[in-house]
Design a protein around this ligand. Structure first.
Ligand code: ATP
Ligand code: FE
Length: 333
């Protein structure tokens, strides 16, 4: 079965072709237009999706070496995301499905982030736990099978990616700051400064306090020495990153203890963080977990993860009608 998948939930336009469960192409066009605003501007994102979508689908088909007529089903991201962005992908996918008389498959973006772990050969067996850490979400998911996914913990306020980006902003780094914090942290001491870790019940997270704690700390220090940030940037990045990773790993350990599941994956944009990747591998060695991290191109937003999810939905006969609509937020099905 050959599936064409489209992802347009935020500011990346992406298309992928999946042939019998193997990702044959995964092409992503990033939108540069948002950089100057220090964040994603929804209206500009939808306009850029409209410009990008035809050429992006073209490239994905060419790279996979197949034509539109050879496609058996069309998949798209239904939710969650920016509604204007989602609408462009959904409308395009529906038009193609109608024109080609092929079935349509609607995919939940956060389920797809988790199933990105099934793309490569070295994949986790079921059941597995997945810590999904992205720009908008922080979740611990228990996966019993490809389509039986349960959120067993999540953030009550900011996402881990936001904690990275907001701290980076306080440190004077441009948006999105996560990757820059990672880079600077590699040259710094993670134990140089201490930031309070929140005490949140169950398997849930909170990151809004960290941002405030970093803000007050920097304000006090800058009062004494106006070059404090400049002179301590690497240590500050390393310490903020260390705190975020500790918060994440503590709950992951708790989730393993509660469920007895020792196959542990991470997913989402923040799983590109080198500190988190190392910490997960070390935890794996220390506690006897089998750990899995998707290749970088399947961590951040990409249509490959939508395609692999659609492949499992296709096999289970889970198709959508042409009147299906995208939604900014949605429960898991
Ligand atoms: P969602 O999936 O929740 O809707 P999103 O798709 O916008 O959100 P992703 O693209 O998965 O989010 O991830 C983007 C986030 O990942 C940003 O906050 C970014 O700063 C962060 N990020 C990317 N690389 C790194 C890194 N190396 N270290 C830390 N954070 C990173
Ligand atoms: Fe995402």
């Amino acid at each position: 079965v050959r599936i064409l998948a489209i992802e347009s939930s935020c500011d990346d336009t992406s298309a992928s072709v999946c042939i019998d469960g193997r990702i044959a192409s995964n092409y992503v066009a990033n939108q540069k237009v948002h950089e100057q605003y220090g964040g994603v501007v929804p209206e500009l994102a939808s306009r850029a999706h409209m410009q990008n979508i035809v050429p992006v689908v073209d490239v994905a088909l060419k790279q996979a070496g197949i034509s539109l007529q050879e496609i058996d089903a069309i998949a798209f991201t239904q939710s969650p995301g920016l509604i204007g962005s989602l609408l462009v992908g959904a409308q395009f996918a529906k038009s193609l499905a109608l024109a080609l008389s092929k079935p349509l498959i609607a995919v939940h973006h956060m389920q797809a982030h988790v199933l990105a772990n099934l793309i490569e050969e070295n994949r986790p067996s079921f059941p597995f736990l997945c810590l999904t850490v992205s720009g908008g979400h922080t979740q611990i998911v228990l996966a019993r099978s490809p389509l039986e996914l349960e959120v067993i913990g999540e953030t009550i306020d900011d996402a881990a990616g936001e904690a990275f980006d907001k701290s980076a902003k306080l440190l004077g780094l441009p948006y999105p700051g996560g990757p820059l914090v990672d880079k600077n942290a590699q040259l710094g001491n993670p134990l140089a400064f201490k930031f309070a870790e929140p005490q949140i019940p169950e398997l849930n997270f909170s990151f809004s306090g960290l941002k405030t704690s970093v803000l007050y700390f920097l304000q006090a220090k800058q009062k004494e020495d106006e070059k404090f940030i400049e002179n301590n940037l690497n240590d500050l990045c390393a310490s903020v990153q260390h705190t975020i990773i500790q918060i994440l790993l503590k709950k992951l350990k708790k989730a393993v203890a509660q469920t007895g599941v020792k196959n542990v994956c991470i997913a989402g944009g923040v799983s590109a963080n080198s500190g988190l990747r190392n910490a997960l591998q070390e935890a794996g060695k220390k506690y006897g977990w089998k750990t899995f991290i998707p290749p970088f191109q399947y961590c951040t937003d990409n249509a490959g993860m939508i395609a692999i999810t659609a492949y499992y939905k296709y096999k289970a006969g889970k198709f959508s009608e042409l009147d299906v609509s995208p939604t900014a937020r949605a429960e898991w099905n």
